[in-house]
Design a binder for this molecule. Structure first.
Ligand code: ADP
Ligand code: MG
Length: 329
């Protein structure tokens, strides 16, 4: 048995199982960025060397946060959100790339994933994070009126962005963590790392194949906190889960989570309780896992190039054939 490591996807803790072969040596750092815990584990490198490499990966993470955070008032995205209705705003290569990719996935998923739902998201976040209760139907309708990727215009030649609605706001919360994971992986690889795992609040990206046996990732049970309901064997890939059980609040006995369906302006109710994508790029996986959560079973037909696991109410599993999934019983 070669796989000794079990990581919880979609929960913040990594759980290391002791297996045969004794304890593996690794260097690890955990920081808070992009609104979540980010941890980097590097195996098979001397500690001092590993720590230096991890520092470089974290520097890249902070750069991306300073570009793509919708909340940090000094971020580039924040500036765009304040100014892009007034006129074209010239943006960095990095933000242009993110918006272009974000638009691509927004179109591909028919708006199930939509990078321009910031106004609606902010309304709900006020409720979720500050316990202010749910927004009124009028507030939601007004925010929806000023939302949607079709009102976001990119000019490739000028490298500018422009909004066609005054209240439009971009939010990359379903996307930026995945991109950061890909970029951190790139930095680790460039610096000679052969085996590593990154966990950005449950978005997991792996490097290497860990002694040939792959990494064993635990999929969080959406109904039982702290339990896992399946295991996945991963080789050099990313696993990203969107669920309704991580961030939510209860108001008048009803549970509201943080993933919004633009068709209603309310937290999505597709019947999905957990949506996982497995593929090389964590950015792709992040966008598509959010889309799969919002779209539910209807979205599966567009997922031809990636591995997926959809769990719907009553723990009904649907998954692609190409993934290595294991159930205990
Ligand atoms: P998590 O952040 O828990 O990993 P997701 O990747 O699904 O989960 O991202 C959810 C976040 O993305 C929300 O907190 C919000 O900022 C934003 N968001 C919510 N609904 C959508 C949506 N339909 N499309 C794109 N972004 C969304
Ligand atoms: Mg996502």
């Amino acid at each position: 048995m070669k796989n000794k490591f079990l990581f919880y996807a979609a929960v913040f803790a990594l759980l290391l199982l002791s297996g045969c072969g004794g304890t593996q040596v690794y260097a690890e750092r955990t920081v808070f960025a992009l609104g979540t815990d980010v941890s980097v584990r590097v195996y098979d490198m001397r500690e001092k060397e590993a720590n230096l490499v991890i520092e470089k990966a974290l520097a890249r993470l902070y750069e991306i946060e300073a570009t793509a955070s919708a909340k940090m008032s000094e971020s580039e995205l924040y500036y765009v959100n304040q100014n892009a209705y007034e006129g074209d705003v010239f943006i960095s290569d990095e933000l242009f790339f993110l918006l272009k990719e974000g638009l691509f996935y927004s179109e591909l998923t028919g708006g199930a994933f939509d990078i321009a739902l910031g106004g609606v998201i902010e309304l709900w976040e006020a409720g979720i994070e500050r316990g202010q209760g749910i927004p009124s139907d009028d507030e939601i309708a007004a925010a929806l009126e000023n939302s949607g990727f079709e009102y976001l215009v990119l000019n490739e030649n000028e490298q500018t962005v422009r909004f066609l609605k005054s209240g439009l706001k971009i939010n990359l919360g379903a996307f930026a963590k995945g991109y950061a994971a890909d970029e951190m992986k790139r930095v680790l690889l460039q610096n000679g790392t052969k085996n590593a795992v990154l966990n950005l609040g449950g978005d997991i990206i792996t490097i290497g194949d860990k002694d040939g046996g792959g990494w064993l990732i635990g999929l969080a049970d959406p109904l039982e906190a702290g339990e896992i309901c399946a295991k996945l064997r991963i080789f050099d890939q990313a696993v990203v889960t969107s669920g309704n059980y991580e961030r939510y609040f209860i108001y008048e006995n009803k549970r509201y989570h943080h993933i919004i369906d633009r068709k209603t302006g309310y937290p999505s109710e597709s019947g999905a309780i957990s949506a996982t994508i497995i593929t090389e790029s964590a950015m792709t996986a992040d966008a598509l896992s959010t889309a799969l959560f919002v779209g539910g079973g209807d979205l599966i037909e567009i997922l031809s190039d990636v591995g997926y696991i959809l769990i719907e109410e009553d723990m009904r599993f649907t998954f692609s054939e190409d993934i290595n999934i294991e159930f205990d019983s």
